[in-house]
Design a protein. Structure first.
Length: 398
């Protein structure tokens, strides 16, 4: 039997059901567990605490906890029950929606009690990401459960992110069931359409966590001169134009992303004269823009993850402060800044603080109109604060 024993006094976080244990909390390991194996966790007196997945030596997380009941095994039935529970939640969130219009996250890793497992749905195509040894070992069970519960036309694997690299796993991508549709997929987000590529696009093809925020931001875009930074394939640009923005400048460092944005303009029959794409480093572009007299009614800042782990928090806080400073300086008086952080190690309070510092240095008073967060199909687990990874602020600069 594989058992991890914790140091005395290190069981408090486990009893509050936080799913991670770090190596500094462990006093010893008995048995011979391999990465991904299920292992029993006990306190310093030998009392049962939880069951979890053993992580590879050197990983920042030593154990990923899954079950806190000592009489419930983490087996194929357990995994099926968790997947079924995750799907039932999404059915409640989007009732009476036809399969052709479904675009949603079905399984959200630890937030759905399945560490390292991501499943996104684009109509009848499912995309899976397995980022840990434990998830990798559950591959066949997960695929079988998805096939039997949802009858997809295709399941495509995009297990090629940083998580597998950190765990020492090789990237995996390709069709694992069915047949991949030819060309890009077309999805609906609110009242607009997007062409996406699940093979070559970011993440599983699209950033589904921002779908509700795009609608909120677009509500304020009518008649506005908008600057969409880190625009990718137009997630904010397209809804803003559809809502009546007078012009949107879209800035991204990827030529492929901007080419896909152009396709999405045509897909929605939007006037291309009201949009300009610029391939540039956003930080540099904002600094250069401030030197000109060009100012915007709305600026959207949706950068990639700037704090991949806790150790990079301080550096990320400086970066968030800097980019918000540059954004605020390029706003018209009374302009709207929609600013986001997708870093789990940056809390909502941290992000507000960085934005406040930016407003002081910019010499502008700001009003928070609305606090934004990830879409409901990316649930936040109350015992796992890190699952509230996407934070956003809609602010008005006075």
């Amino acid at each position: 039997m594989n058992v991890v024993t914790l140091k005395k006094g290190k069981e408090k976080q486990i009893k509050t059901r936080h799913p991670w244990i770090f190596s500094g909390a462990i006093s010893g390991v008995s048995g011979n567990p391999n990465p991904g194996d299920t292992i029993t966790v006990v306190d310093s007196d030998g009392n049962f605490l939880a069951l979890g997945q053993f992580c590879p030596p050197g990983s920042s997380i030593a154990l990923r906890l899954m079950e806190w009941r000592d009489n419930v095994p983490v087996d194929d039935l357990w995994i099926n029950e968790k997947i079924d529970s995750a799907i039932k939640l999404r059915e409640k969130l989007s009732p009476n929606t036809t399969t052709t219009n479904l675009t949603r996250r079905l399984v959200h890793s630890e937030s759905d009690f399945l560490p390292g497992v991501i499943v996104d749905q684009y109509s009848d195509v499912l995309v899976i990401q397995l980022s840990t040894h434990g998830a990798d070992k559950q591959r066949d069970v997960i695929i079988h459960a998805l096939k039997s519960k949802l009858q997809p036309s295709c399941i495509y694997e995009r297990s090629d992110g940083d998580g597998r690299k950190w765990e020492g796993l090789p990237p995996q991508r390709g069709v694992v069931y069915g047949k991949l549709p030819e060309g890009d997929l077309t999805i609906m987000q609110g009242d607009v359409k997007f062409n996406i590529s699940i093979v070559d696009g970011q993440k599983t093809g699209f950033y589904l966590d921002q779908k509700e925020n795009r609608i909120e931001v677009a509500k304020l875009a009518a008649n506005a001169q908008v600057l969409d930074c880190f625009s990718y394939c137009g997630g904010f640009t397209i809804p803003a134009l559809a809502a009546g923005a007078s012009h949107v400048t879209s800035v991204d460092s990827s030529a492929n992303a901007l080419a896909l944005l152009e396709k999405n303009l045509k897909l929605n029959n939007l006037d291309s004269s009201r949009q300009q794409s610029i391939k540039a480093d956003v930080f540099e572009y904002l600094r250069e823009n401030y030197k000109t007299e060009k100012r915007y009614d709305m600026i959207i800042l949706d950068p990639p993850k700037l704090a991949p782990d806790r150790g990079s928090r301080d550096k990320a806080m400086r970066a968030y402060k800097d980019i918000n400073l540059q954004g605020l300086r390029s706003l018209m008086p009374g302009g709207i800044l929609a600013t986001f952080s997708c870093s789990g190690s940056i809390s909502s309070e941290d992000f507000r603080m960085a934005t406040a510092w930016a407003s002081i240095d910019a010499g502008k008073e700001i009003q928070i109109i609305k606090q934004l967060h990830q879409a409901g199909d990316h649930p936040i687990r109350i015992s796992f604060p890190e699952s509230e990874y996407l934070k956003g602020l809609l602010v008005r600069a006075v």
